[in-house]
Write a protein that binds this ligand. Sequence first.
Ligand code: NI
Length: 131
Amino acid sequence: MSAEPIELAAALARFDQLWSPRIVTTVNDYDVRIAKVAGEHVWHSHDHTDEFFLVLDGELRIALRDGADGGQREVTLPRGAVFVVPRGVQHRPYAPDGASILMFEPSGTSSVGDRHDAVPGHVDATTGHRL
Ligand code: NI
């Protein structure tokens, strides 16, 4: 929780690292995290929580394996769009042209989830850094 208003544009200007979420505030047991992203994240899933996305700038795409037969699809989130990845669903966010995003998830949630492919060097397998 923060005692003062938080200007998200100013908060985003305070860091440059990609795929490295920053905790801007908390709500009960949830973190409000922001991240700058470009290129691909990693396939992963969260066993215990849904994951909320809001696109602040740019366009985010999320590949999902949520078909009845394990089929894969993709959603495209333009600026201003929100989307929730349900718990247990494998997903891989990516942003070909870069994006800034806000995520809402329980404190302690790893950005690469509970099951994931090998984490590439450009992805921060963190539970979020304080701004
Ligand atoms: Ni995730």
